[in-house]
Design a protein around this ligand. Structure first.
Ligand code: PBG
Length: 323
C-alpha cells in the first residue's frame, strides 16, 4: 500500500495541522429572549439553560458574555398578549420593551454587536409574520409595518437588522427606508432561505408567538426545495442584503453549501431552538455525549457558514471548546 490516509491522523499535532475548519467565538451570535419587568430570569421549559431576561438581567448576561469574548447578540421579545394587535403596532411604538432593550445594551456596551429581529409575529394577535386578512397573509401591506419596525430598531442603535418574515421585497423596501433616513451603515442580515419548519416549536413557546390559525407555508419555504433558495438569495443580493441566512441549520446544510458556492456574501446559519432542544434532551438522557454540540457547530462552518446563530454560543466558550 503506497497510500495510507491514516498517516495524517496519527497524532494530535498532525490532526490539528491539517484541520480545515474551526469555530471561533467571533463566528457566534447568541440569541437572547427578553421580557418586561424587573429582575426576571425565567428558564424556557423546552430549552434548558436558556432564559427570558428582563432588561436589568439582560445587561448582566450581555456583560458576562462580553467578558468571555462573545460579542454579538440577537434579541427577541416576549410580548404580553394584551399588547398584541392585528398590525403589530407595539413593534414600533416609542418606549416599547424591545426598543428600550436595544438602547440599554448599546448605551452600556457600545462595543457589543446588536442584531435585531424584524417580523410581526411576536407582536401580532394572529401570531403571523404578516397582516392577516380573511385568512390570507398580505405581502405589500406588511412591508409598511416592517419598514417602521426596522427604522425604529436603527434609531435605537441596532448594528444589524435581520428581517425574518419572508415577505417578498422586504430587503429592498427596508434598505430604502434606512438609507433615506440616514442609516446607510446599518447592515441587513436577511433570513434568505427560511423554511416552514417544525423545528421552531421551543422558540414559539419561549415567545408565545405560535400562529393562532393556519401555518406559515404561504411565506416560509417548502422543506423539499433547494433551487428556490437560489431565487431568494439572488433577490436579497440585488436588494442590498449584507448577509444571507439559512434557517434551520442542521437539516439544511446542503442549502448553506449551495448559497456559499453561488454567492459571495457571508452566509449565516441559524441553529434553531428545536435543534438545541433535541441535543439537550438526548444529552440529559445520557443518549448522546456533549461532543455532539461541537460536531454540529463545526458542520455549519464546513458547509460554508461564516456566522452561526446558536443557543449554545455561551456554553461552548464557557466550557473552553471555543475561543
Ligand atoms: C419569527 C422567527 C422564528 C424564529 C426566529 N424568528 C419562528 C417562526 O418563524 O415561527 C425561530 C428561531 C428558533 O426556532 O430558534 N419571525
Amino acid at each position: 500500500m503506497l497510500k495510507r490516509p491514516r498517516r495524517n491522523r496519527k497524532s494530535p499535532v498532525i490532526r490539528n495541522m491539517i484541520q480545515e475548519t474551526h469555530v471561533s467565538a467571533a463566528n457566534l451570535i447568541f440569541p437572547l429572549f427578553i421580557v418586561d419587568g424587573e429582575n426576571q430570569k425565567v428558564e424556557v421549559k423546552s430549552m434548558p439553560g436558556i432564559y427570558r431576561y428582563s432588561i436589568d438581567n439582560l445587561l448582566r448576561e450581555v456583560e458576562s458574555c462580553l467578558k468571555l469574548g462573545l460579542n454579538a447578540f440577537d434579541l427577541f421579545p416576549a410580548v404580553e398578549e394584551a399588547l398584541k394587535d392585528k398590525y403589530a403596532t407595539e413593534s414600533y411604538r416609542e418606549g416599547t420593551l424591545y426598543l428600550r432593550a436595544i438602547e440599554a445594551v448599546k448605551k452600556n456596551f457600545p462595543e457589543a454587536c446588536v442584531v435585531t429581529d424584524v417580523a410581526m409575529d411576536p407582536y401580532s394577535s394572529d401570531g403571523h409574520d404578516g397582516i392577516v386578512k380573511d385568512g390570507e397573509i398580505l405581502n405589500d401591506e406588511t412591508l409598511e409595518v416592517l419598514g417602521k419596525m426596522a427604522l425604529a430598531h436603527a434609531q435605537s442603535g441596532a448594528d444589524i437588522i435581520a428581517p425574518s418574515d419572508m415577505m417578498d421585497g422586504r430587503i429592498g423596501y427596508i434598505r430604502e427606508i434606512l438609507d433615506s433616513n440616514g442609516h446607510t451603515d446599518v447592515s441587513l442580515m436577511s433570513y434568505t432561505a427560511k423554511y416552514a419548519s417544525a423545528y421552531y416549536g421551543p422558540f414559539r413557546d419561549a415567545l408565545g408567538s405560535a400562529p393562532k390559525n393556519g401555518d406559515k407555508k404561504t411565506y416560509q419555504m417548502n422543506p423539499a426545495n433547494s433551487r428556490e433558495a437560489l431565487i431568494e438569495a439572488q433577490l436579497d443580493m440585488e436588494e442590498g442584503a449584507d448577509f444571507l441566512m439559512v434557517k434551520p441549520g442542521l437539516p439544511y446544510l446542503d442549502i448553506i453549501k449551495l448559497l456559499h458556492d453561488n454567492f459571495h456574501l457571508p452566509i449565516a446559519a441559524y441553529n434553531v431552538s428545536g435543534e438545541y432542544a433535541m441535543l439537550k434532551a438526548a444529552i440529559a438522557n445520557g443518549w448522546l455525549s456533549e461532543a455532539v454540540i461541537m460536531e454540529t457547530l463545526l458542520s455549519f462552518r464546513r458547509a460554508g457558514a461564516t456566522s452561526i446563530l446558536t443557543y449554545h454560543a455561551k456554553e461552548v466558550i464557557e466550557k473552553g471548546w471555543v475561543k
